[in-house]
Write a protein that binds this ligand. Structure first.
Ligand code: SF4
Ligand code: SF4
Length: 446
């Protein structure tokens, strides 16, 4: 059968477009050093070339027309928007979390101390669980599975430097109040944070549930937290994709500690600048929080809290660290930009749950926990795995499709996920096809 010249031309354009798209995707995978994805895309390229050449040689008109029609229908379903389910989780928690119940606080309880006795006499059920992590070598400790002398030392140094920032997180306001224009000062603070290294920044009104109910660390242990500030500035810093891809090996804890330090420095700088203008402020940085940063950041419009229970940003997923500054300086609040498509994608994806070495992430839909419908990771089994690994694991963060570097193809996929239900299904299969359902642990960067 002869090829109609018009069909031949359209088909030529179509096949050239498909081939160049696959080449461009292959180059992106090469840049990401994703061996499996490169192999898969080369196979796809070969398959497409053979198919197109055969169609061309044998002038299979009907096949070409069928091919083009199916492509058009497929593209149509990809571009028509389907609004996602808006009731996947409850938006506002109805109670405050007690920092004394967090694993970091429980990890600091020393057997034989009155604090230890008091906590476990009130919470005997937690004692059984916590005895499990106490049997493991511990975070950054010799004997742990991923012990790496230099890397652990580097991470330890970073955490020590974070602690040196604690004496700058709050302070007295000795300057008289400067009158400022709400919008101008908000923009200036945001610009300063970005100049200092922040990735994204947002402002929200402080809400009761943003605050822990009690302090759970250091000398302020047991102190009731009384919210005193009205505004919260939340910002993220990016974690390096290659360092994260090596998780749960030592590269993850080096990168986390480094970004906690960078975020901490930005936060204390911002808090000091605000005090210099005559307004009270407090920085909330690693190991010294009064607020729950992911909740504040979510309400400041920086992302959603997905299946793994941490902030997922639209462009870098969970591959960020967060810090917060609370203040009484009146600021322009960001609009609450909920992105239900991310949560709907989480419902379908489940990759973090299936890859979690601690079996700490649920594969189910959100459940009612303490009166709120949400996903909640099992913090005890997660922390026990950290103490075994010696690192803060981060395997969930490494495998999350949203953690891929923010290159043009990934941007396009994220746009599609946001827009179309069909695309959300397709994106799960595409990610599995190229990166694997359980992506391999990458070698640590040198
Ligand atoms: S891996 Fe998948 S399910 Fe888990 S947080 Fe990321 S998108 Fe959601
Ligand atoms: S950090 Fe590791 S153990 Fe914890 S939830 Fe993520 S993958 Fe699981």
């Amino acid at each position: 059968m002869n090829f109609h010249p018009e069909i031949k031309f359209i088909f030529f354009l179509f096949s050239a477009l498909v081939v160049s798209m696959i080449i461009s995707v292959t180059l992106m995978f090469l840049k990401e050093k994703e061996g499996r994805a490169v192999e898969r895309s080369l196979l796809l390229l070969l398959f497409s070339l053979i198919l197109f050449i055969l169609i061309y040689i044998f002038s299979l008109n009907q096949l070409i027309i069928g091919f083009l029609i199916i492509t058009c229908i497929f593209l149509f379903f990809l571009v028509i928007p389907f609004s996602p389910d808006k009731n996947i989780i409850d938006e506002y928690p109805n109670s405050r979390i007690d920092e004394r119940d967090t694993m970091f606080s429980r990890n600091e309880l020393k057997p034989g101390t009155s604090r230890f006795e008091k906590y476990y006499s009130k919470n005997p059920d937690k004692k059984i669980l916590d005895d499990l992590f106490r049997k493991e070598p511990g975070l950054l400790k010799k004997g742990s599975k991923y012990y790496h002398e230099q890397a652990f030392q580097m991470a330890d140094d970073n955490f020590d430097k974070v602690e040196l920032l604690y004496n700058r997180i709050e302070g007295s306001v000795e300057h008289s109040t400067i009158d400022v224009h709400k919008k101008i000062i908000t923009d200036s603070i945001k610009k300063l944070a970005i100049d200092l290294g922040a990735l994204n920044i947002g402002v929200t009104l402080c809400r009761d549930y943003h605050y822990y109910s009690h302090k759970g660390r250091r000398e302020e242990y047991d102190n009731k937290i009384v919210p005193v500030h009205s505004y919260a500035i939340a910002f993220t810093v990016e974690m390096d994709a290659e360092m994260v891809a090596g998780a749960p090996q030592a590269s993850i804890v080096v990168e986390s500690s480094k970004q906690y330090l960078i975020a901490g420095r930005i936060a204390v700088d911002l808090a000091e600048k605000i005090r210099e203008m005559g307004y009270a402020s407090r920085a909330h940085i690693d190991g010294n929080y009064q607020v729950i940063c992911p909740l504040v950041a979510r309400d400041a419009g920086l992302g959603e809290i997905g299946r793994m229970g941490i902030l997922m940003t639209p462009d870098h997923g969970p591959r960020v660290r967060i810090a917060v500054v609370t203040t009484n300086l009146e600021l322009e609040v960001d609009k609450y930009k909920r992105d239900h498509s991310m949560l709907e994608f989480c419902k379908l994806c489940k990759k973090c749950a299936e890859s979690c070495p601690g079996k700490s992430i649920s594969c189910n839909d959100p459940e009612m926990i303490n009166g709120d419908r949400k996903w909640q990771t099992n913090q005890e089994s997660c922390f026990t795995y950290w103490c075994k690994a010696g690192t803060d694991c981060g395997r969930c963060m490494a495998v999350c499709p949203y953690s891929h570097p923010n290159h043009s193809w990934h941007k396009l996929i994220r746009y599609g996920i946001k827009r179309s239900k069909v695309f959300r299904y397709m994106a799960v299969y595409l990610d599995d096809f190229f990166y694997g359902r359980k992506p391999r642990v990458r070698e640590m960067p040198f």
